[in-house]
Design a protein around this ligand. Structure first.
Ligand SMILES: [Fe+2]
Length: 278
């Protein structure tokens, strides 16, 4: 089965998906929602896994922590991965706390050589513990650090080059950061080679007036669709999915939005074929 178009699996949609199935190719789960429970979420996951490829996406690995990634966290994550056999395990290129305090936020990293060392050491450890290559996602952010030495996309590519990890490219986050920090989203998207991208995220932001807030509470914005379409050929065979985490509509609405990605890709392929046959 091709794992090309998917959506984030949310409890609100369990019943619909179990009853009616879906035309989507895969689901992405939030790892933490399934790690330490043997209740309904895990039972539903087992049933869905019989029919659909699953990828696992975590929110608390805190790869930027100088203290390293927590052992108990990795153990739970590995247990879930061993049972689920996901086609991908991912988390964010960020830190989520310091000195034992959890910020409950995906905080951006300083893009410099000292942080590169910390992140790469953590990723090496995670990959050897899980015995698999992971993917790391570019996060949306609302501030940057004074001691940045490189661009976000150079940092991302360098992390992948040093550790062999793949990139989870969130195109909505690229646009949000391009607007909030005043760079060109095209610079980001042309710099990241398709060969290192393992998955693509699409989501909706909220316009707060003087900045964009990555709320996952709205449909994908037309400008982000434009970017998706522009790079559809470059990232054509990479699994792509819709994330919706607030104001979640009925499953068919999310499914339709996800299938739009397939349409953009088909159109791009068709255009390419027409150009090639001329
Ligand atoms: Fe994302």
């Amino acid at each position: 089965m091709d794992t090309v178009i998917g959506a984030g699996l949310r409890p609100k949609h369990y019943q619909h998906i179990l009853a009616h199935g879906t035309r989507l190719d895969f689901f992405e789960i939030i790892s933490e929602n399934y790690m330490d429970t043997l209740g309904r979420p895990r039972a539903v996951l087992r049933r869905l896994r019989e029919n659909y490829p699953i990828c696992m996406h975590g929110v608390s690995m805190s790869l930027g922590s100088a203290d390293g990634v927590r052992k108990d966290y990795l153990k739970s994550l590995k247990n879930l991965a061993d049972e689920t056999e996901p086609f991908l395990v991912s988390d964010h290129l960020c830190f989520t706390g310091a000195h034992g305090a959890n910020s409950h936020d995906l905080l951006p990293l300083p893009f410099n050589s000292a942080m590169l060392k910390v992140v790469c050491k953590n990723i090496d450890r995670v990959q050897s513990y899980l015995k698999r290559t992971i993917a790391v996602e570019n996060v949306s952010s609302y501030f940057t650090w004074h001691d940045n030495e490189m661009t976000e996309w150079d940092f991302l590519c360098e992390v992948s080059r040093r550790t062999g990890c793949r990139i989870l490219l969130d195109i909505n986050n690229v646009y949000v950061n391009a607007t909030n920090h005043r760079f060109d989203a095209d610079d980001f998207l042309t710099a990241v080679p398709a060969s290192i991208v393992a998955e693509i995220h699409m989501a909706g932001f909220t316009d707060m007036g003087d900045y964009l807030f990555d709320t996952h509470s709205k449909p994908v914005h037309p400008v982000v669709w434009k970017l998706f379409a522009k790079y559809a050929a470059k990232y054509a065979r990479i699994p792509a999915m819709i994330e919706r985490d607030a104001d979640i509509p009925a499953f068919p609405v999310v499914e339709r939005e996800a299938l739009r990605m397939a349409k953009f890709r088909e159109r791009t392929m068709l255009k390419q074929k027409q150009v090639a046959s001329k």
